[in-house]
Design a protein around this ligand. Sequence first.
Ligand code: NAD
Length: 444
Amino acid sequence: MAHRLTVIGTGYLGATHAACMADLGYEVVGLDTDATKVERLAAGDLPVYEPGLEPILRRNLAAGRLRFTTSYDEAADFGDVHFVCVGTPQKHGEYAADLTYVDAAIEELAPRLHRPCLVVGKSTVPVGTAARLAARLAELAPAGGDAVLAWNPEFLREGYAVKDTLHPDRIVAGVPDDQGAAERAEKVLREVYSSMIGEGTPFIVADYATAELVKVAANAFLATKISFINAMAEVCEAAHADVTKLSLALSYDDRIGGKFLGPGLGFGGGCLPKDIRAFMARAGELGVDQALTFLREVDEINIRRRIRMVDLARELLGGSFAGRTVGVLGAAFKPDSDDVRDSPALDVAATIHAQGGAVTVYDPQAMNNARRAHPDLKFGTSALDAARDAHVVLLLTEWREFREMDPAALAGVVAERNIVDGRNALDPERWRTAGWTYRALGRP
Ligand code: NAD
């Protein structure tokens, strides 16, 4: 328990990791280049919405185990283990990942590392990145071979980030080829994660490349599962079948399972879309692009759901959005998150707005982020407010408060009782009985 940890990059992943590691009893310093974010975190004000995280942040700040800084000098002096959690977004106009931030973190940290330590990459990176960064670390760190790099990809889900961090399904440790360095890296990571390993969490040691690939392979699989059921939804629509019943029936097959098999508006967010694209780009560089051409289909099926959603809403309005009012419920890419990166909901709202619809959006947690991303859109103060005078209401993010909406209450504010359930989250019978025209993706 002697380890002092730093977490470099305190966004969705890093803020969670820093607070949860402190909660396990470690002394933790979180570092971010965004001074406003650092100030808010230091004041116990979580800059993102993540259920259950803010109390953990606050109690560890109060206990003096957790603090935040913008200073690499401070972090380098302090840490025995440095977790790199900076962003790896999609490059503009390309599929590849933008590694500027990971590179910058190593360039800043490495020259300041004067004593033995472990640098642990957690960001999602293209295979080959860890080996390149390890070489750079060895070049730049004054401690030379005493600064070892490990790659420990992160699998947390927004909305469940605390549970996923403290009780992960598995821990993957990518270690260097050099046996001495590999043993040191494994030993330190086993100590840091001892509470989870003690609970029986599988701990898988691999080379860098395999560890990097586990993460993108997992995301490629999950994206494929979602697009598979959404491809079935396309067929169901054409064949007048019901994809929700199809999905339910498939889910009882142990070999298939029901998770990630919910048909609807598809995936978005700061991970799956950019990760599958970066994976395709990297496969191309490695000369095996054919291995992943199916991911292009996965991506296209996913985007087609957004187009279909817009078409369905337009159909309900008789073929045009002009002069029509549209209430949009949801802006976050999924419920229990305020993340609007590549959000299907906002994409649909923006497209309808561009096609002449008068759109009002409401989301329980993502309003600030949504406003920043789409200042051109109009936002309501509640679900009822967003639906006021609407000719059609679109449910695009399945927040609980939307799933549990009362059709009669909503009927009281709309201009016409038309609803499109983009997440197959409502009970069609209940809505039809209340006088609504109910439409959904993949259902008659
Ligand atoms: P994010 O954008 O919320 O956070 C990244 C943070 O890094 C920002 O606060 C940014 O200011 C900071 N940063 C950028 N450059 C920096 C630098 N040089 N030094 C210090 N800080 C710097 O992103 P995120 O969602 O937390 O994702 C981070 C990484 O984790 C990505 O690679 C992502 O793919 C991966 N990941 C994310 C999730 C998730 O659910 N969000 C899950 C698993 C893996």
